[in-house]
Design a protein around this ligand. Structure first.
Ligand code: SF4
Length: 367
């Protein structure tokens, strides 16, 4: 038995079953994650809507694609141990100008005064700023929650019918929402070793409207592809660098990557070597980090302060270094604008902004 092949096909099957059981038939509505995708690339969102699948079957991709569900399951289970009530996968279903839109909210914590929507994103490394598409997904969720608050649009899995938000809260948790309860949102980014919450999101009418427009565009374009008045390649796609292109199901025939086939096969093995080197480099960097951390811990546990430790051929010590000073440019400019005015600040920024030298960027992706 080839365990890797078995695992790969099991993951593909499990992924499809999980999506069908939690999200239903996704071709029948526009989901919030479609809106998030559409905010970056309409072509990819439409392909997703039409159920067009590429070759995402390799084990590595499947592991990365599915770890989100596993993380989320583990987090939900742990959080259930706390006393704060929350919905898991609360569904909001609404129709905007004939377009069916549904949201499945990962976690919605409720108390009488506050509703807190948490979207969980699992990732390899936590970024400093959260991606635009994730923000759009959360804005759509909290925007729809606010807009349809008093409409019978809310349900949880296997509910017999839809309820208003206050009704479903009272029925599920026996909590009566106060008349001025607030809605807020966070994106909880989790990796294997870290977690960070990107907070401070509140419903915003412009973002809700933008989410609705994107949903309508995805729906309209999907219908046009279905009835044959358009092909997938007539649909607008993301022109700039977009890191999710590597994960895109319809990357292989995307006009963005129209390519000239090289006759010389040697380039293929050259690139394969290069890519393997990058993987080895990453693994090596991780191993170095682990070894350095072990040495630091050993030194710290030895209760020495500033003394060198010596081996046969090396000496080492661990020192405490102050963190770097960083200016929060956004906040700084906001305050200076109040003192000297917006145009002055903009002139100063222009005067002191220097463009770096142009450079060549190599982009390689696996076919
Ligand atoms: S490959 Fe990139 S640009 Fe092309 S459809 Fe996919 S996400 Fe969009």
């Amino acid at each position: 038995m080839d365990i890797i092949k078995n695992l790969e096909s099991a993951l593909v099957k499990h992924g499809a079953e999980h999506t069908a059981s939690t999200l239903g038939d996704r071709t029948k509505y526009i989901g919030m994650s479609d809106i998030a995708k559409g905010a970056e690339c309409l072509r990819s969102a439409v392909a997703g809507k039409l159920g067009i699948k590429g070759e995402n079957n390799c084990l590595n991709k499947q592991l990365i694609l599915q770890r989100g569900h596993w993380f989320e399951g583990g987090l939900v289970e742990a959080l259930r141990g706390n006393s704060q009530p929350f919905f898991e996968q609360l569904e909001i279903a609404a129709e905007v100008d004939g377009v069916p839109i549904k949201g499945h909210l990962d976690m919605v914590f409720v108390s009488a005064d506050e509703i807190h929507v948490v979207e969980v994103k699992s990732m390899e490394a936590i970024p400093n700023e959260i991606y635009k598409s994730y923000q759009m997904q959360l804005y759509a969720q909290i925007g729809f929650l606010e807009k349809y608050f008093n409409e019978p649009c809310f349900s949880v899995q296997n509910s017999p019918h839809n309820l208003t938000f206050p009704e479903i809260v009272e029925q599920t948790f026996n909590v009566k929402l106060s008349s001025n309860s607030t809605i807020k949102g966070s994106i909880l980014a989790v990796s294997m070793t870290e977690a960070k919450s990107f907070d401070g999101f509140v419903p915003d009418a412009n973002s809700t409207l933008q989410a609705e427009l994107i949903a309508k565009e995805i729906w309209q374009n999907s219908q046009e592809v279905i009835n044959g008045t358009k092909t997938l390649n007539d649909i607008e796609y993301c022109l700039k660098f977009y890191q999710l292109c590597d994960w895109c199901e319809v990357q292989n025939n995307c006009p963005k990557f129209t390519a000239v086939k090289l006759a010389d096969d040697n380039f293929d093995s050259f690139i394969a070597d290069l890519e393997q080197m990058k993987i080895d480099k990453k693994k090596l960097a991780e191993l170095i980090k682990i070894k350095e951390n072990n040495l630091i811990k050993f030194y710290q546990n030895s209760n020495l302060i500033n003394d060198w430790l010596e081996t046969a051929n090396y000496r080492f010590k661990v020192s405490e270094i102050n963190g770097r000073n960083n200016i929060n440019i956004k906040e700084f400019c906001k305050e200076v604008k109040l003192i000297i005015g917006e145009s002055q600040v903009e002139n100063l920024i222009k005067k002191h902004t220097k463009q770096g030298y142009p450079y060549s960027r190599l982009q390689v992706s696996k076919l």
